[in-house]
Design a protein. Structure first.
Lengths: 113, 111
């Protein structure tokens, strides 16, 4: 298994532009999570999906953030418009169920200038 | 709200030394605890997962213990190597589809 795959690895964009981050979870995992990591706040859960359905998006910071999971093998996190304070590393993780642990992708390092 | 603390924040040891990393959490109602390592600029790699009914898990030179009632876990690394240098994160799973992470311990193993 190739693990959780995220793209792009790095993204540099100008303030105001739309950014789309992509994630492919591990096949057979029914839960998918988007996390954001910053030096100041550590790892924060943004949103999670169960069986492709968004269950809890209370961690999404603003309406500028949106996430979709159109099928079991693909999810996107979109920021529109992006702002410099959105600069962070965004991780996608998937899980096959309770007590089966979380597997994280390599992350997308986003820089908004 | 669950709070997870890791002590020390940073640790530097000579190669070959055995070491212990500590993790404490405030709410003992957890399903499991997972230890991760994170290399600079990289993602999180899962090391060990301990279910709430278990007291320890071992993988190679790593041994993790869990005392749920006291809200503590330790990660023991035997015969440390320079390749062990990384940040180690513990995370508790309360079964609510979220992991609560500690702030991490940055380990440096000096050759």
């Amino acid at each position: 298994d190739a693990g959780v795959i995220q793209s792009p690895r790095h993204e540099v964009t100008e303030m105001g532009q739309e950014v789309t981050l992509r994630c492919k979870p591990i096949s057979g995992h029914n839960s998918l999570f988007w996390y954001r990591q910053t030096m100041m706040r550590g790892l924060e859960l943004l949103i999670y999906f169960n069986n492709n359905v968004p269950i809890d998006d209370s961690g999404m910071p603003e309406d500028r953030f949106s996430a979709k999971m159109p099928n079991a093998s693909f999810s996107t996190l979109k920021i529109q418009p992006s702002e410099p304070r959105d600069s962070a590393v965004y991780f996608c993780a998937s899980s096959g169920g309770l007590n089966r642990g979380y597997t994280f992708g390599s992350g997308t390092r986003l820089t908004v200038v | 709200k669950q709070e997870v603390t890791q002590i020390p924040a940073a640790l530097s040891v000579p190669e070959g030394e055995n070491l212990v990393l500590n993790c404490s959490f405030t709410d003992s109602a957890i399903y499991n605890l997972q230890w991760f390592r994170q290399d600079p600029g990289k993602g999180l790699t899962s090391l060990l997962l301990i279910q709430s009914s278990q007291r320890e898990q071992t993988s190679g030179r790593l041994n993790a213990s869990l005392d749920k009632s006291s809200g503590r876990s330790t990660l023991y690394i035997a015969a440390s190597q320079p390749g062990d240098s990384a940040t180690y994160l513990c995370a508790v799973d309360p079964g609510a589809n979220n992991l609560f992470f500690g702030t991490g311990t940055r380990l440096t193993v000096i050759p």
